[in-house]
Design a protein around this ligand. Structure first.
Ligand SMILES: Nc1ncnc2c1ncn2[C@@H]1O[C@H](COP(=O)(O)OP(=O)(O)O)[C@@H](O)[C@H]1O
Ligand SMILES: [Mg+2]
Length: 218
């Protein structure tokens, strides 16, 4: 279960604190898939970063499966994120010098070599890239790169998958199958999926929908 209670996030600016999140509360159970829409600059990325333990809230609590990432020390929070949370960003954020298979295995580098290879290949099969294992990101299209990023985010079977504008850099023809893939993978899992987007086409496909506006969730 993912629980957020009264999350507030202020950023300091020269003209005083900028209130981006103004008291966000949210409860999601395993298997839930939520889209959050909102205008650019509305705090969508900030909210995902806070939910994912990447950025500390000014106040409020986040708990994933009963654990508050911000109560952990830096090393423990990194391990917690790696084990429990997968991220997909707008820009695929793949390692350019590594091939597709190596990119998907990147989060597992602390594990014994080879331990995750089968799962990586199975995931790359599921995202339709089984025959591209040794290609570098530069040799892939935008949609293919996002598929690799999705496989990488799922390699350690996270409890929570957070996607920040996952189709934001794709044209609508490429975005559609990436969105279908995310929802299809989600439907076959016990994971919580949260996607933030300003695309109505993407958001409308989710069983749960919310809007982030003026720092609050509606
Ligand atoms: N580290 C930061 N320092 C100061 N302001 C920030 C920082 N990160 C984001 N902001 C501001 O917070 C607001 C929300 O940003 P963001 O969460 O990226 O919005 P969105 O993802 O919805 O476009 C914006 O006004 C942005 O300029
Ligand atoms: Mg953003």
């Amino acid at each position: 279960m993912l629980e957020a209670r009264e999350l507030v996030k202020n950023f300091p600016t020269p003209s005083g604190p900028l209130a981006v999140l103004k008291g966000i509360s949210l409860t999601l159970e395993r298997g839930d898939a939520l889209s959050i829409m909102g205008p650019s600059g509305g705090g969508k990325s900030t909210l995902l970063f806070v939910l994912g333990g990447l950025d500390k809230p000014s106040s409020g609590v986040v708990e994933l499966d009963g654990k508050n990432p911000f109560a952990l020390n830096d090393k423990a929070v990194a391990a917690f994120r790696n084990e429990k949370i997968g991220f997909v960003f707008q820009d695929h954020c793949l390692l350019p010098q590594c091939n597709v298979l190596e990119n998907v295995l990147a989060p597992t580098l602390v594990a014994p070599p080879g331990a995750h290879r089968e799962r990586a290949e199975a995931l790359l099969d599921q995202v339709g890239l089984k025959d591209r294992l040794t290609h570098r990101p530069a040799e892939l299209s935008g949609g293919e790169k996002q598929r690799v990023a999705i496989a990488r985010a799922l390699i350690l079977d996270p409890a929570l998958l957070l996607c920040d504008e996952p189709t934001g850099n794709l044209d609508s023809e490429t975005a559609e199958p990436v969105a279908s893939l995310l929802l299809d993978l989600e439907a076959r899992s016990e994971r919580i999926l949260v996607v933030v987007t300003h695309s109505d086409a993407l958001a409308s496909r989710f069983p749960k929908r919310m809007e982030l506006k003026g720092g609050v969730l509606l």
